[in-house]
Design a protein around this ligand. Structure first.
Ligand SMILES: [Zn+2]
Length: 102
């Protein structure tokens, strides 16, 4: 029961926290861009079952593979893609916390 709440709680609160701390004067915009990082969970639609509370996303779904994660880390470097990349990296970290809680 608690697990999905923890899952989406971290997915929402972590970007909100980063936006408020690092992008004070345009935090709403920063928050929305980072939320787009949630879209990588769409790769869950490729899996059966779509949602399995006992499955760790990391390393299972194509957009959660170590190859994809390396790509997200490189996207942190150029200023232009940094916010999107932050959203993606936060998303991966939140999923990692999920896996650790299992
Ligand atoms: Zn995910």
């Amino acid at each position: 029961m608690l697990q999905p709440i923890a899952h989406y709680g971290i997915h929402l609160l972590a970007p909100l926290f980063v936006a408020l701390v690092f992008y004070k004067n345009k935090w709403q915009q920063a928050f929305l861009i980072m939320l787009a990082g949630m879209l990588i969970d769409l790769d869950h639609l490729l899996a059966t079952p779509i949602f399995d509370p006992n499955r760790c996303s990391i390393g299972f779904h194509p957009l959660h593979s170590s190859f994809a994660i390396t790509f997200y880390l490189f996207l942190l470097i150029p200023k232009k893609s940094r916010l999107v990349a932050l959203g993606l990296v936060i998303h991966i970290l939140a999923d990692l916390v999920d896996c650790a809680l299992m």
